[in-house]
Design a protein around this ligand. Structure first.
Ligand SMILES: [Ca+2]
Ligand SMILES: [Ca+2]
Length: 244
């Protein structure tokens, strides 16, 4: 830990500090599972193909494969908050353990929450590139167009609009969509919201804009006070709303 603290002392870059603070703070990895860390990652910012890659699981073997085609094995130590690397890691140093330190997200007060965000490696943040929940038309923003798609699928459905996967497009999916309103990807909090504009998609706005007032109010009431599908009480406002 000595080297970590030395680097922490020397660190000035906010993202670096954020990553390291997770490493030294009392972060709970309870509930985090191997499946949660699988997927595609990107370093912020991406500067070369080593900064994009996938954490994969083939059989029992976890590995990292970057876009430069370089791969090394990982040993998941999820409960301890890290993926360990070994001698096949090009950065391997027998004197210094160089693992992927798992990073949990932060709430508005900067305290760790239970959302897995990515990992830090060699002091760099790699963020899990998770699909944008609620962005059904994949235009990089969750807005009225996506809401319209959800409303059309209301009821028992195998539509992608069934965000929580319970076989029903309903109020809980609506809640998830509103939770991601305007932002893509992420939860609108934590270091993800402070990251610079990425190579893909629009710059992340912080705080995310609220849903349009008319639409939001009507849908919100319908959602809170009854189980009626919102399209029974709401006009398709997003289509008639000139601001859309
Ligand atoms: Ca969209
Ligand atoms: Ca659902």
């Amino acid at each position: 830990h000595e080297s970590v603290f030395k680097r922490l002392q020397d660190a000035t870059e906010p993202t670096f500090v954020a990553g390291l603070r997770n490493a030294v703070a009392d972060v709970s990895y309870e509930g985090l599972e191997v499946e949660d860390v699988l997927g595609r990652y990107q370093k912020i910012p991406v500067e070369n193909p080593w900064h994009l890659g996938d954490v994969r699981l083939e059989g029992d073997q976890m590995s990292w494969l970057n876009d430069a085609g370089v791969s090394w094995s990982l040993t998941p130590m999820i409960a301890e908050g890290r993926l360990e690397t070994g001698p096949d890691n090009p950065y391997y140093d027998p004197e210094i353990p160089r693992h992927f330190q798992l990073i949990m997200g932060e709430d508005e007060l900067g305290d760790p929450n239970e959302t897995y965000e990515g990992f830090s490696f060699l002091g760099q943040l790699y963020v899990l590139d998770r699909p944008c929940e609620g962005d059904f038309n994949e235009d990089g923003i969750v807005d009225g167009a996506d809401l319209a798609i959800l409303l059309v699928s209301w009821g028992p459905s195998e539509s992608p609009a069934d965000l929580d996967g319970d076989g029903l497009v309903g109020g809980s999916d609506l809640g998830l969509l509103f939770a991601n309103w305007g932002t893509c990807p992420g939860d609108g909090g934590g270091f993800l919201a402070r990251r610079p504009a990425g190579r893909r998609g629009p710059a992340i706005q912080h705080p995310p804009p609220a849903p349009s007032s008319t639409l939001g109010t009507e849908i919100g009431c319908a959602c809170r006070h009854g189980s009626h599908p919102p399209n029974l009480v709401c006009t398709p406002a997003d289509e008639s709303d000139p601001s859309k």
